[in-house]
Design a protein. Structure first.
Length: 153
């Protein structure tokens, strides 16, 4: 029950903070800094949320938003690039993380598990970063589509 209360309070604070930031014309980085400060307050930092809440509440909402804002026509045009990125780059990232983790002392099986967990990224993170890059709309669409088709870990 505590996780639900925290979820509601955080949701209300995010909405209120966003409205306040827009009215005061503050950058969203200020909200991020305030959220970090709130995380260090006594009694707030020790809150745990069940993984099922994230899996069934937050992830579908984020992926649904990406499905509404991505161009299917552009995905079809960039299908080869998207396929190579969704498989190839995830394998390269997993392998690189495994090599670094093995160099730091993990056994090979554990290093590859760590690489498989850390390699895929979520669609929202990719779309946020891709929107900041000066590459144009086609590569941006390819990056966003890749993030939604990357094999799950």
């Amino acid at each position: 029950m505590r996780a639900l209360e925290v979820l509601v309070v955080v949701g209300v604070l995010v909405l209120a903070g966003t409205v306040l930031a827009r009215r005061l014309r503050l950058p969203l980085l200020v909200l991020l800094a305030l959220g970090t400060v709130v995380g260090f307050l006594p009694g707030v930092g020790g809150v745990e949320m069940p993984p099922d809440v994230v899996l069934f509440l937050f992830l579908p909402a984020l992926l649904y938003w990406e499905s509404l804002t991505i161009s299917l026509r552009q995905i079809r045009a960039d299908l080869r690039v998207i396929s190579l990125m969704s498989v190839g780059l995830v394998l390269v990232t997993a392998g690189t993380v495994a090599v670094v983790a093995h160099a730091l002392g993990l056994s090979w099986p554990m290093a590859f598990v760590l690489g498989a967990v850390l390699a895929p990224t979520d669609a929202t993170a990719v779309s946020t970063v891709a929107g900041l890059l000066p590459a144009g709309p086609a590569p941006c669409c390819a990056r966003r589509a890749w993030s939604t088709t990357a094999p799950p870990s």
